[in-house]
Design a protein around this ligand. Structure first.
Ligand code: PFF
Length: 465
């Protein structure tokens, strides 16, 4: 059945505009800040391999599912899920999936903004020549000084949230396209400049072995869960961001092609970040397991040694902040679109509300780096709890339900109509992946991490022997 709904928020001007905006959403701190440090924490090669498999077998099919649902529903994820569920003869309670996404968006943006604030702070530090000729100890000290100062972190967090809300208030479509068009190539060029430096360090081969030679003895089930959560996060999946962007997508655009393009671009940036950071880690004797501060401790050393360091350093952190900005906008868009639809608010008012809630939540992360660093729950700080809850629980669960809805509850006719890749092999492959592979992968990893799989297999053994 062909559905002709239009979005009250308007449409992207072209297929390219959507690709740019969705790539802007996907490429961000997840690629440059998080991918390297979790790779370092989880032993390298085997983790990277699992991550790549998750992108291809879970990420791309679920991205297609999200875009498809968004474009068919043409509203905020909450209303899209309610409309589609009713239309396909299922419970309107499916809108809860939209609600879960809105909550994930608030939680993620609250700490995303604090980290993006650190990137903003580093623009100033780089431009001022603070990194010139620094040692490893100096670099650690510069980061520690920022991290331990709640007022500074708060000021940068506030600035970043204000920047985000200005764009959200004006409507994500105007301006975003132009910004991303220059930003993405710029970021890529900067990464290549850094790659040139990384190749000259003498530890490049060691870093490549670390990243691309899998050692499966280092792989745990928790690492697999982390890789899967990262695949969702880096592609902005499982919480409605790509769904809401899909709702602005013109009807005759190939969802499969665009999803693959976005996933490839995103993966390239993440791998490049790894190839830049690990040579610097190894040559300077830094710990690959340093955690969230890894990027901020390694790159300044490189900028401190290279020709034109203050300029390239400032430019790099500026581009990183931009990349974070285009992601942040999409994190809050599902909530804002809903407030506009259901409460008749102006975008500006909705943006202020959403921004205020996120800003307050962000205080927890600001403090967890310093004054509250000893306040823990299950051994995790406030930031640690948010990180675990969103990446390892909410996004994979969100993705699981999106896959189940698109592949099992939507009629075949509706999905064929939206995907428009014909009824052939391409469609069947997609359907097989979202029906069986993606949900099974998420469920198995969950069961393992919760320690339930051994229990279940014991039960089976008891029954069948
Ligand atoms: N994909 C972004 C990144 O890798 O930094 C983060 C993100 C944006 C996650 C939007 C989720 C989302 F909805």
């Amino acid at each position: 059945m062909t559905v002709r709904r239009t979005s009250m928020h308007g449409e992207w001007s072209s297929r390219m505009a959507f690709i740019l905006a969705a790539t802007g959403s996907a490429v961000g701190l997840g690629n440059i800040w998080r991918f390297p440090y979790i790779t370092g924490e989880n032993g390298g090669g085997a983790f990277v391999l699992v991550y790549l498999l998750c992108i291809a077998l879970i990420g791309v099919p679920i991205m297609m599912a999200e875009v498809l649902l968004g474009r068919r529903g043409r509203q905020s994820p909450i209303n899209t899920m309610r409309t589609l569920a009713t239309e396909e003869g299922h419970s309107p309670l499916w809108q809860l999936l939209g609600w879960a996404g809105v909550i994930s968006g608030f939680l993620i943006l609250s700490f995303y903004s604090v980290i993006a604030g650190q990137a903003l702070a580093y623009i100033v530090r780089a431009a001022g020549g603070l990194f010139t000729g620094i040692t490893v100890a100096d670099s650690k000290q510069i980061y520690a000084a920022l991290e331990s100062d709640p007022e500074r972190l708060l000021a940068w967090h506030t600035l970043f949230m204000a920047m985000t809300m200005v764009v959200v208030a004006r409507g994500v479509k105007s301006g975003l396209e132009q910004a991303v068009r220059f930003l993405m190539p710029g970021l890529l060029i900067m990464m290549l400049v850094l790659l040139g430096y990384a190749m000259s360090t003498g530890a490049f081969a060691q870093a490549m072995r670390f990243l691309f030679r899998p050692d499966f003895t280092a792989l745990t089930w928790n690492a697999v869960l982390t890789a899967m959560g990262q695949a969702f996060f880096t592609l902005s999946l499982g919480m409605g961001a790509i769904m809401v962007y899909g709702s602005y997508l013109p009807k005759r655009t190939s969802i499969a092609q665009t999803s693959i393009t976005i996933a490839v671009a995103d993966t390239m940036v993440a791998l490049l970040a790894g190839m830049v950071i690990f040579p610097i880690v190894f040559i300077n004797g830094l710990e690959p397991t340093a955690g969230p501060s890894l990027v901020f401790k390694t790159l300044p050393i490189a900028f401190g040694q290279m020709w034109g360091g203050p300029f390239f350093g400032a430019l790099f952190f500026l581009l990183l902040s931009f990349a974070a900005w285009t992601s942040a906008i999409s994190l809050i868009e599902p909530a804002v679109a809903w407030m506009v639809e259901n409460h008749g608010m102006s975008r500006a008012k909705a943006a202020v509300w959403a921004g205020a809630i996120t800003w307050v939540l962000g205080l927890g992360t600001v403090l967890s780096f310093n004054l509250w660093s000893e306040v823990t729950l299950f051994g995790k700080t406030f930031f640690g709890v948010l990180d675990y809850l969103t990446f390892n629980v909410m996004l994979p669960l969100g993705g699981l339900f999106i896959a189940v809805f698109a592949a099992w509850l939507m009629s075949r006719r509706s999905t064929v109509d939206e995907l428009a890749i014909g009824d052939g092999l391409g469609y069947e492959t997609w359907r097989f992946l979202v029906r069986f592979i993606s949900p099974a992968a998420v469920i198995i990893v969950f069961l393992y991490v919760l320690g339930l799989l051994p229990l279940i297999s014991k039960v089976f053994e008891a029954i069948f022997t």
